[in-house]
Design a protein around this ligand. Structure first.
Ligand code: ADP
Ligand code: MG
Length: 736
């Protein structure tokens, strides 16, 4: 029999309708190809297979045999009064020799390995009374005698196959069963045709596909296994990057950008000349990269990644001014009202030297959902007529009825809060069209799309950025403005309760010097079900009991926006010394005189959230502090302790993001669904970082030379097959 990848698994001997249904339901395995794509989670080294006659006492060994029976007994450990459950199997090797496998407090082993099971036992051999024993061995089930396996053939097989594949298993489909099926499939599988040309295999030193698939399931040795894995990881990431690049080209084919080439001696230059500080090297490099994008006719899609405080706002303003210099408009979209108001204020200050909202100056407006009907009507009218140059806003910018005369640049801040559909919506709001005879050349009218700069303060590890944003160019602001003092971070648990009072004394001293403190709480209101500090209660407690002599303000997301504004305003002006808040201040809020960040119930926050919150202080050049109270209202779990230790140890956002990735895994970090991160079966974004970069560059080259992959039919087929539903599956890839 000769099997093909798209044959049903039920073609395999011994796979009836019932097993077939179980495979499909539990693991999504329907075809031979699905089965072979169910990669081992790891490989267990079975060690050298020995007969009892060859083993030496106190040496490690792997023994194979059939379980004859189990006996269980209870004993007392010497000295202590604790009871110990002992379960002992008698195991018979092919030679007929018998040994004992002994397990402590693991009665379930008898159910897991009933008589008639053939298994490999790895451990250290001991002599106990007159018999040989393996104590607490590692066990790998190989099959059942009733299914035709005997100890002799199992041992023979393992002599050639020391590495046993361990598969992700489910109830009723244990790893050894899957191994049996895979082996049967590989036995009758016709050699697999490769989808990569031989030239690529050579260039990247890859084994061919057939070798890789066999090598991952039945590796004779670790070297073969590693080469197989490398090839399959390459395939997975290359197909993904090809899909992303392919889609990007297709999107761009239908669109035409505008020329926002920087104007020499224009407002951009005036803006930089008027800045109270020289731009950092990183900011200058960003201007350069963005400037090149702006000059091109294809719309810019660029991600600006910069740790908190790296000065992204200046880059955003510079980018928008290029549109203004070209007589176009620019929009800055941010996720919250607090942030929109702050950005509006910052922009107005930064642009003041150029004249804001004066004759011949730059018209800057703010549009949020708290605008009155009259204000809104006026702003909408002026956006459509082109009178407004720069608008800062929230989701309100996306509403029906918001139209621009000629939108040239869109900047989206804190990108992770916005979904892709919102990005697209804002892009399509310009009423200006490319002229039919424009550089598109084919005489058809196409919508012009603005240049888009997406900014994120979430320091996404490079591997993730390249995967999530494979269709974006990435600029990293890798340098902080000078003069920042490091932020000292301290963790305080209830065991050191006295340090709370010391902190409050310190906050009072700092307040006397005109410095401010944030106190962040996980909840707005007290709750019966979730134990933890609420902002409302904490505000009362601090204002009445702890700091009756200071001004304590409160800000949270459920307050009306004018009350929010007023509270933030008093804190900014130094009239209030302490600002109790929820995570509304997490992103972007910039108050240079704030030097202390206190976070209550810190265990409730994730690494990146804590890092963002901490980034609210240390912005004014003075010494700053972050205090994490943890374990006061809930038990501190291992994961939480690890997270908090990571945050206390480092202020490097990229390092922390990688730590987060290690602790939580990529899927959880962004939420599989939310991120649209494709299901990676074998690649690991951290471990395979290098391959992510290699395959992205390769995919770019391939697609640049052959935009619809018409000369790479096999690559095309493979990409489509992997992402069924075609390229639209990639729509979800731009993260929300
Ligand atoms: P983020 O990247 O977190 O959005 P901001 O744009 O809010 O950072 O900048 C943080 C602070 O650094 C602001 O107070 C800003 O005025 C200041 N800043 C920005 N660029 C520079 C620079 N080149 N030199 C000194 N300070 C700068
Ligand atoms: Mg910012």
């Amino acid at each position: 029999m000769s099997l093909r990848l798209d044959d049903r698994v039920t073609e395999l001997p011994g796979v009836g309708p019932k097993l077939g249904a179980r495979l499909a339901d539990a693991l999504g395995i329907r075809t031979i190809g699905d089965l072979l794509h169910h990669y081992p989670r790891r490989h267990q080294d079975a060690g050298e297979v020995l007969d009892l006659s060859q083993v030496a006492e106190d040496e490690p060994a792997t023994l194979i045999g059939e379980i004859l029976d189990w006996s269980t007994r209870r004993t007392r450990t010497r000295g202590k009064g604790r009871q110990l459950d002992i379960a002992e199997a008698r195991v018979r090797q092919a030679s007929g020799a018998i040994f004992h496998a002994t397990f402590f407090n693991q009665r379930w082993r008898a159910n897991q390995l009933p008589p008639g099971t053939v298994a490999a036992f790895s451990g250290t051999v001991k002599r106990f009374r007159s018999s040989l024993q393996l104590r607490s061995p590692e066990v790998q089930r190989l099959g059942q005698v009733s299914a035709g396996l005997d100890a002799a053939s199992a041992a023979e097989r393992l002599r050639h196959q020391r590495l046993l594949a361990v598969y992700p298993a489910v109830d009723g489909l244990p790893s050894f069963k899957l191994a049996e099926l895979v082996e049967a499939a590989l036995e009758s599988l016709s050699p697999l045709e490769d989808w990569l040309p031989a030239s690529l295999l050579d260039r990247f030193d890859l084994v061919d596909l057939d070798t890789a698939v066999r090598g991952i399931h039945l590796p004779p040795d670790p070297v073969t296994r590693d080469a197989a894995r490398h090839r399959l990881v390459f395939d997975e990431l290359f197909a993904l990057q090809l899909g992303l690049q392919w889609r990007r080209v297709r999107l761009e084919a239908d669109t035409l950008g505008v020329d926002n080439r920087p104007v020499e001696g224009g407002r951009t230059d005036a803006f930089l000349d008027a800045l109270p500080f020289p731009p950092t090297g990183a900011q200058l490099r960003a201007f350069e990269g963005i400037g090149e994008d702006l000059a091109r006719l294809r719309p810019m899609h660029r991600l600006l990644q910069g740790d908190v405080g790296s000065g992204k706002t200046v880059v955003a303003v510079w980018t928008m001014l290029n549109a203004v210099d070209r007589g176009r408009q620019a929009a800055l979209m941010v996720p919250t009202e607090v942030l929109a108001e702050q950005h509006h204020r910052t922009l107005t200050e930064l642009l003041a030297p150029l004249g804001v909202n004066v004759l011949d100056g730059i018209r800057v407006e703010l549009l949020t959902s708290s605008a009155t009907t009259a204000q809104r009507r006026r702003i909408l009218g002026e956006l459509l007529s082109g009178q407004v140059d720069v608008v800062v806003g929230t989701h309100a910018l996306l509403e029906e009825g918001v139209r621009f005369a000629d939108l040239g640049v869109v900047v989206i801040d804190e990108q992770h809060r916005f979904g892709v559909s919102q990005r697209v919506q804002l892009k399509e709001k310009s009423v200006a069209d490319a002229s039919p005879a424009g550089p598109g050349g084919d005489g058809e009218a196409r919508a012009t799309l603005p240049d888009v700069l997406v900014m994120t303060a979430t320091p996404i590890p490079r591997s993730l950025a390249l995967t999530l944003y494979g269709d974006l160019d990435v600029t990293v602001l890798e340098e902080l403005p000078p003069g920042r003092e490091p932020i000292t971070t301290q963790l305080i648990t209830p065991a050191e309760a006295h340090r709370r009072d010391a902190l409050y004394r310190f906050i009072r001293e700092e307040a006397g010097q005109g410095r401010g403190t944030y106190v962040v709480c996980p909840f707005v209101e007290p709750s019966d079900t979730l134990p933890g500090t609420s902002a409302i209660e904490e505000h009362q407690r601090l204002a009445r009991e702890v700091f009756p002599d200071l001004e304590v303000e409160l800000v949270h997301g459920r307050m009306p926006s004018d009350a929010k504004d007023a509270a933030m305003g008093r804190f900014r002006a130094g009239e209030a010394h302490v600002l109790v808040a929820t995570t509304v201040i997490e992103v972007g809020v910039d108050m240079p005189h704030a030097t202390i960040m206190v976070i209550e119930d810190a265990e409730r926050f994730g690494i990146s959230q804590l890092h963002q919150l901490r980034g609210r202080v240390g912005r004014g050049g003075g010494r700053s502090f972050c205090v994490l109270f943890a374990g006061w209202n809930a038990e501190l779990g291992d994961d939480a302790a690890e997270r908090l230790a990571a945050v206390a140890d480092s202020t490097d956002g990229f390092l922390l993001a990688e730590a987060d990735l290690h602790i939580r895994g990529a899927g959880q970090l962004f939420g599989q669904k939310q991120s649209g991160l494709p299901d990676l079966r074998i690649a690991d974004l951290l471990r395979d970082l290098e391959v992510v970069g290699t395959t992205r560059d390769l995919a770019r080259d391939v697609v640049a030379a052959d935009p619809d992959l018409s000369e790479h039919a096999r690559l095309r087929t493979e990409v489509l097959a992997r992402y069924d539903g075609g390229l639209d599956a990639f729509a979800a890839l731009e993260t929300g």
